[in-house]
Design a protein around this ligand. Sequence first.
Ligand code: ADP
Length: 486
Amino acid sequence: MYSTPRRSVAFIGSECYPFVKTGGLGDVMYALPRALVRQNCDVKVILPRYKCIPWEYQEKMVYRGAFQMDLCADGRSFYVGIMEYVRDGVVYDFIDNEEFFSWGSPYTNLVDDIPKFCYFAKAALAALNYLDWIPNVIHCHDWQAALVPVYLRTLFADTRLNSAKTILTIHNLKFQGVYNIPTVKYWSGLPDYVFNKDALTVNWLDANMFKGGLTYSNAITTVSPTYAWEIQTPEYGETLDAHLRYHAGKLRGIVNGIDCETWDPWTDSRLPVNYDITNVLDRKKENKRALQEELGLFQDDGKFVIGLISRLTDQKGLDLLNAILPQVIDGNTQVVVLGTGDKVYEDSFRYYENAYKGTVCSNIMYDETRAHRIYAGADALLVPSRFEPCGLTQLTAMHYGTVPIVRETGGLKDTVEPYNQFANTGNGFTFDRYDAGLLLDAINRAKTLYFTNRWCWDEMVQRDMDKDVSWDRSAQQYRDLYLELT
Ligand code: ADP
């Protein structure tokens, strides 16, 4: 039995695991609809039918219909096919058009992507109309779906769909779909009046699709409350800070969760030894020894093992770690890095592995299994990011009883409560300013607790495992927002 009224929601976005995924957006598009189904929501996910979707899914899609749709300013029309696939209570409708979606990867270059996602946004609404499925809420994700609210209130204003409320979620503000006004005007076929400085226009000459979507949507969300505040500042706002400040009244942050089926230390088949909150203290040691053996580190479960699992890019605060790594190594500490990215970081971590053989291990690769084993075998996990909209590694670490050491930014600030030695509360160690000395200080505070007050450390490990980092909590907040809007 459900205690809340039923709501229907159409998710519109450019990627979704397991069909196609290039980043965190794909995970959210997969996990959130499934969690919403459990919260009495009727969910349809609308995606492009890319050619690169694996055949095992393509062959299960069912043809639901097709029509011609006007798109461009000169009335050029295009084929829209609808292919459907149902899985775990979620209906996936794929928009089929070979001309736009037959490339090897979902994103190519802006010249092709601008027409592609003008087409996709309009076709998604047209498909809902065609199927006569009028949802309470249309939930759009990132710039690729940002024109949906704009189309809805202009070219679709006379359709039944116009009764739906719209939400635009910001996963990555860096990419905004910006191109010159004549091109966007031609491909979108949108009326002249949306190309004004309060909606799509930026710098007098360009059209910014994300900005237009933010203007026309009923609510804006991003993936943590702190990041929702940060993007209203010039430092994090990617030039849209003033626009976001203007729309602050409809902006809020809801943190992501992790998929607790994939990430469960009790059933995780990639771990040498499974554990739960009742036996984590003993069994984590066994996982630590196995990790040390696998990676060629000195085998000693008394050592403090610090992990880092990350893309090796400037965003992730690796210049801070590089600056202080020699000071972290003290005879009782080991460091395990897993990641790929910028050459400068890959090389410096390789250098440290050579310089501190048996103590530092740099895995310059993408390896899921190794990630699972590091989450299970390390004592602490570093996330010193410069900015972090939500961040998943700190959530996964806590779920595996690994204490996070993080910078207080974005979702890191919202999900890791700093350790309070007087009240013996908190989930991890944090520092605020982007400063290598403060990172070192946070690591040293963690080490001090680990080596001098293990009882309190162990309690924190258990507190972390007990913390709810699942999608259910976030889904509940999204559902509350849907109810609020409708
Ligand atoms: P971002 O999306 O900015 O890269 P997140 O913290 O949101 O950062 O998510 C990163 C995800 O990718 C985590 O689930 C992490 O475990 C995984 N990951 C990152 N680098 C690697 C790697 N080299 N090998 C395996 N998994 C990785």
